[in-house]
Design a protein around this ligand. Structure first.
Ligand SMILES: *Cc1c(COP(=O)(O)O)cnc(C)c1O
Length: 230
């Protein structure tokens, strides 16, 4: 069981590290949102994190989200889906999330549009990009991104708010710079090409978030460094 003192200490130290990394990059720390990745941790701990001021939570499994959200999160808390999503789980997931960070393929795009159209609702999405090009990673490849952005933008059911990526596990500094800087460049290219603001950059996890902030991350997804080892 994780003690509340431990959670509070981690929260304080993470906020300080975000502040330092932001200032080093000449950025305003207020422009960086910590997504508290609560997967595998129980609802009670999410509520404690909420009391400590966290307002954005990241979860990666639909079943777990449904269990934890039997009692809805407070109205000013947002839940972001950050895991791979199967099309047949969309309907169960939609009532619980504010943002889907992992829009990563054409078939999911079509299934989402279909489901949202039924209820006449809209959803904020980030497009997941496979910047590193690792075969086992999901995400749109940089070469196909422009076409995919156009398809997302054309769907009135979806509001593209930005992009998400994951760096390779255990990547060195040079690789991190390439991957995170690469996503930022793709974001800038897309904004210029489509004349439309798609500002969010969700990149950086517990082991690499400072490099991500240096490259322009607006959302860092922090699990272990906040809640402890899973
Ligand atoms: C689990 C997870 C995280 C958090 O990882 P930590 O190493 O615990 O900070 C971030 N992003 C995604 C997509 C994840 O699945």
């Amino acid at each position: 069981m994780i003690s509340l003192d431990y959670l509070q200490e981690n929260a304080t130290s993470l906020r300080e590290r975000v502040r330092v990394a932001a200032e080093r990059a000449d950025r305003d720390p207020a422009d960086i949102t910590i997504v508290a990745v609560s997967k595998t941790f129980d609802r009670q701990l999410m509520d404690e994190a909420y009391r400590l001021g966290f307002r954005v939570f990241g979860e990666s499994r639909v079943q777990e989200i449904r269990q934890k959200c039997e009692t809805p999160l407070p109205g000013d808390a947002d839940l972001h889906m950050i895991g791979p999503l199967q099309s047949n789980k969309i309907r169960q997931l939609l009532p619980h999330i504010q943002v889907l960070q992992t829009l990563d393929r054409e078939s999911l795009l079509q299934a989402l549009i279909k489901e949202l159209a039924k209820s006449g609702s809209t959803l904020d999405v980030m497009i997941q990009v496979n910047v590193s090009g690792e075969e086992q990673k999901s995400g749109i490849s940089p070469g196909n991104l422009s076409k995919f952005v156009a398809a997302v933008s054309a769907a009135p059911e979806l509001r593209p708010i930005g992009f998400m990526t994951m760096a390779p596990f255990g990547a060195d500094e040079a690789t991190l710079t390439n991957v995170f800087g690469g996503l930022r460049q793709l974001r800038d290219d897309m904004e210029q090409h489509y004349g439309q603001a798609v500002p969010a950059l969700s990149m950086g996890m517990s082991d690499d978030f400072e490099a991500a902030i240096g490259a322009g991350a607006t959302h860092v997804r922090l699990g272990r460094s906040l809640f402890g080892e899973r």
